[in-house]
Design a protein around this ligand. Structure first.
Ligand SMILES: *[C@@H]1O[C@H](CO)[C@@H](O)[C@H](O)[C@H]1NC(C)=O
Ligand SMILES: *[C@@H]1O[C@H](CO)[C@@H](O)[C@H](O)[C@H]1NC(C)=O
Length: 293
């Protein structure tokens, strides 16, 4: 796959001579290692078939939620050749969550949405809503299925059990009511929908994110890197109201324009074929400050 054997031998020899260990990110294609106990693993197996995601016996996600009423996950998920990302290795593959005109969940005519939930992430009593947890995800745009950044898209979030709020939102596009923020960035918003960090969307690079949620201290912290670089913290530990339990959701929720009632009304253009590629998805236990970088 990579013609780096000679370089690697040289680096290994140099590292051995120094008594230093070979830096992981100098090894082309090597996955970063997860350091902490995995609570939910959303990394898709390289041999997974689309229809695996339609059945509870074969899917690592909830096969029934949150998607267009007449769609199956095998209609929604694509598996583009997007390379290996940060915590994935050759036993995993990235997946793309897509939106079409059919992406209408229940009677929510305002939204177009397709959101994955981890198996075992129950709305109440989930281990993902207790203690200190870090959700990891990497994203890459698909030029064939571009997003319309005149709209607001939520891409990863944690929704309270009573559906009254999201403890955090990872978003892109034009945030309704905050049109002054640049649209072509990824943004982390706190529970009050205030942006706490953002970074430009890259066209052809994996971008890696982690968000640590402390459900005891009511804080969050954001980590970021590009390509196969180690994650670095990009915010302080900031206070955030993480109460209310609920569930993670990974996928696209596209809001309409031109309405105050985003759930039920507003404008969505027809004929859409949009998507975002995800990989390196998991939740780990960050008790005692453990965060995989
Ligand atoms: C790839 O990741 C899996 C965990 O999902 C791990 O069991 C396996 O050892 C890894 N393979 C390599 C070659 O690192
Ligand atoms: C993008 O969204 C805006 C607002 O809904 C709409 O006016 C425009 O036609 C859309 N652009 C494309 C290319 O679909």
């Amino acid at each position: 796959m990579h013609s780096t054997t000679t370089l690697l031998s040289l680096l290994s020899a140099a590292a051995a001579a120094n008594g230093a260990s070979l830096p992981r990110d100098s090894v082309c294609g090597a996955a970063a290692e997860i350091q902490c106990p995995i609570v939910f693993d959303g990394r898709v197996s390289a041999d997974a078939q689309p229809t695996d995601f339609d059945s509870a016996s074969t899917s690592i996600f909830n096969p029934d939620y949150v998607k267009g009423n007449n769609l199956k996950w095998s209609d929604i998920l694509q598996f583009p050749d997007a390379g290996t990302t940060h915590f994935d290795n050759e036993t995993h593959k990235p997946f793309e969550v897509t939106l079409s005109d059919e992406s209408i969940f229940q009677s929510q005519q305002g939204f177009r949405r397709a959101g994955l939930q981890f198996n075992g992430d129950t709305n109440n009593g989930s281990p993902g809503s207790q203690g200190v947890k870090t959700i990891h995800f990497s994203v890459k745009i698909d030029p064939q299925r571009g997003l319309n950044l005149s709209h607001e898209y939520i891409l990863v979030w944690h929704e309270a059990a009573d559906y009254s709020a999201n403890q955090f939102n990872f978003e892109t596009g034009t945030i309704i009511g905050q049109e002054g923020l640049p649209k072509d960035t990824y943004k982390v918003l706190n529970r009050n929908n205030q942006q706490i960090w953002s970074t430009p969307i890259l066209e052809d690079q994996w971008q890696n994110f982690a968000i640590t949620l402390d459900f005891n201290q009511n804080t969050l912290q954001v980590y970021y890197s590009e390509a196969d670089e180690p994650l670095e913290s990009v915010t302080d530990v900031v206070s955030n109201n993480n109460a209310g339990e609920g569930q993670y959701q990974i996928g696209l929720l596209k809001k309409p324009t031109g309405t105050d009632d985003v759930v039920n009304s507003g404008y969505q253009e027809s004929g859409i074929d949009e998507g975002l590629i995800y990989g390196s998805l998991f939740v780990e236990d960050s008790a005692n400050g453990c965060v995989s970088l």
